[in-house]
Design a protein around this ligand. Structure first.
Ligand code: IMP
Ligand code: MG
Length: 199
């Protein structure tokens, strides 16, 4: 099992302008928690077909790992929204950039999101989905940053509650970079970024 000390010694990815990433949640912890979440979800809906709707692109690794751990009938679809532009601050605006392939009418839909931050994205998506008459909708998020919440939304399944820091890895990006890091880490922007060293 990876210890905190071992993780700290690993060479940290260095990006542009002195950016660095400090591991917050190791890949082993992510996998353990995702397996638990999959069990919780299946336990809540035994024997029921589940339709996982992943929010591109951040939720891709979470959805694929979660989906593999849910036994029984599971189907997938994907939707894409734009909300953050290229930086670390939300524009507050959410726009649909890719719709689902198939109807969700009558289905038990699990919305799979990477992170719940202000909640604006999820609020928008839930409005869109509710109009399409699913049997029911549940929300699974890998990460939750409750301190930043603006919209009155909540997730039914939360992987990890994290402090108000900008995180990358395991699908999460900063200007489309760092998604491929297998752990979740806190991004520091370095001298070319925010003066505090925090995004
Ligand atoms: P919300 O609409 O503010 O809840 O933000 C949701 C979206 O913003 C997520 O799906 C992410 O794409 C992005 N986001 C929010 N916080 C972070 C972060 O710490 N790192 C990377 N992306 C983030
Ligand atoms: Mg994003």
């Amino acid at each position: 099992m990876a210890t905190k000390a071992k993780e700290a010694k690993k060479p940290q990815p260095k990006g542009k302008g002195g950016e660095s990433v400090r591991i917050l949640i190791s890949r082993a912890r992510l996998q353990r928690r995702i397996t638990e979440m999959a069990r919780e979800i299946r336990k809540d809906f035994p024997g029921e077909p589940l339709h996982l709707v992943g929010v591109l692109k951040g939720a891709v690794f979470f959805l694929t790992d979660l989906g593999k751990q849910i036994p029984g009938e599971v189907s997938f679809d994907f939707i894409a929204v734009a909300s953050y532009g290229l930086g670390t601050h939300s524009s507050g605006q959410v726009r649909l950039t890719r719709d689902l392939d198939s109807s969700i009418e009558g289905k038990t839909v699990i919305v799979v999101e990477d992170i719940l931050d202000t909640g604006m994205t999820l609020q928008y998506l839930l409005r869109v989905f509710e109009q399409r008459k699913p049997k029911r909708i549940r929300v699974a998020v890998l990460l939750d940053k409750p301190e930043r919440r603006i919209a009155a939304v909540h997730a039914d399944y939360v992987g990890f509650t994290i402090p108000n820091e900008f995180v990358v890895g395991f699908g999460l990006d900063y200007a489309e970079r760092y998604r491929n890091i297998p752990d979740v880490g806190v991004l520091s922007l370095g001298p070319d970024g925010a003066k505090s060293g925090k995004p």
